[in-house]
Design a binder for this molecule. Structure first.
Ligand code: PMV
Length: 311
């Protein structure tokens, strides 16, 4: 038997970092860019993990217990009291750039869990899936807010706040985003712990920044729901400046944001953990190819585009 599953990547439109401290955040799935998992029964009584994108193929038991894939499979098998009778080969392939703010880790775990549920014929809910992925996210991030596993497991635009029910968002008008990968990466764990350091050492000013980020989230989402792209873009750029003051931007990301805005995008910001990874820019459909070109000229390593909401 062979089962396959996939999971989308994601982008955070507003509110990263502040979301770790209980503030709201808006994230959207990027269904075009995905992680894929395939599980095949094999005769050898072993679990083989085949990850050609990561240059690895090997026996599961030889991976460190805290390896995210081993951890995910162990969590699934022990949680469902499954003892393997035969061997399995788990193959992973992902189109999502790693450590780039697009939720690569959460998407790979989501694809693995979906494939396992399908393979063992176990029904599941998006909530259950999200909870399992969250456990793996803790290995990647230390103190994840839960936004990545939520937006990816539900594959749904969400207004997310820690420890609260998620609110699904349906955008009334199609939103066109250009996503520019800076080609630099910094682990999310690093930027999250740098913000924590700032917070511990200057809590009044950082709390004020989080409150301003919250305003960007509220006003930006309201503008998107009203189809006011100008205001939404303004809030994205404002959110970027606030993230910059939290030290999670860098020169390349600032250049990409400036290039998008000089081109005439409604607004732009870094998305995700920052200090590398992606910049997202809000624009009109007819400007997408030119904006991509502009961002590539401004130093982006790769550009994607996506449509969110109904046409
Ligand atoms: O870098 P990513 O894609 O994992 O996004 C992280 C978002 C943060 O707010 C920085 C961290 C979190 O856990 O919410």
């Amino acid at each position: 038997m062979e089962t396959t599953a996939s999971a989308s990547s994601k982008a955070i439109l507003f509110g990263e970092h502040a979301v770790v401290y209980g503030y709201p955040s808006v994230a959207v799935p990027l269904p075009e860019i995905r992680a894929n998992a395939k599980i095949k029964d094999i005769k050898r009584k072993k679990v083989i993990i085949d990850m050609p994108d990561f240059g690895k193929t090997g026996v599961f038991k030889e991976l460190a217990w805290e390896h995210p894939i081993r951890f995910a499979v162990d969590l699934f098998l022990s949680g469902h009291k499954i003892t393997l009778q035969n061997g399995l080969c788990l193959s992973l392939h992902s189109e999502i750039p790693i450590a780039s703010g697009m939720g690569s880790g959460a998407a790979i775990s989501t694809a693995v869990f979906k494939a396992l549920f399908a393979h063992f014929n176990i029904p599941y809910t998006a909530k259950k899936l999200s909870e399992l992925v969250f456990e793996v996210e803790k290995l990647h991030h230390g103190t994840p807010s839960g936004i990545d596993n939520t937006v990816i497991a539900y594959e749904q635009a969400v207004l997310f706040r820690k420890d609260e029910e998620i609110q699904r968002i349906n955008f009334p008008k199609t939103i066109h985003l250009v996503i520019a990968n800076s080609g630099f990466t910094t682990p999310t764990k690093t930027t999250v712990s740098d913000v924590a350091w700032l917070y511990e050492n200057n809590s009044t000013s950082v709390t004020d920044t989080f409150a301003q980020i919250e305003q960007c989230v509220i006003l930006g989402l309201e503008a998107l729901l009203l189809g006011d792209l100008e205001k939404a873009g303004e809030m994205m750029t404002e959110n970027h400046q606030l993230l910059r003051s939290l030290t999670v931007s860098n020169e390349r990301l600032d250049q990409l944001v400036d290039a998008a805005n000089s081109f005439g995008a409604y607004g732009a910001k870094l998305s995700g953990g920052g200090r590398g990874g992606i910049v997202i820019a809000l624009t009109e459909a007819e400007h997408v190819p030119f904006l991509k070109h502009t961002l590539l000229n401004a130093g982006a390593e790769a550009c994607y585009s996506t449509k969110i909401g109904s046409e």
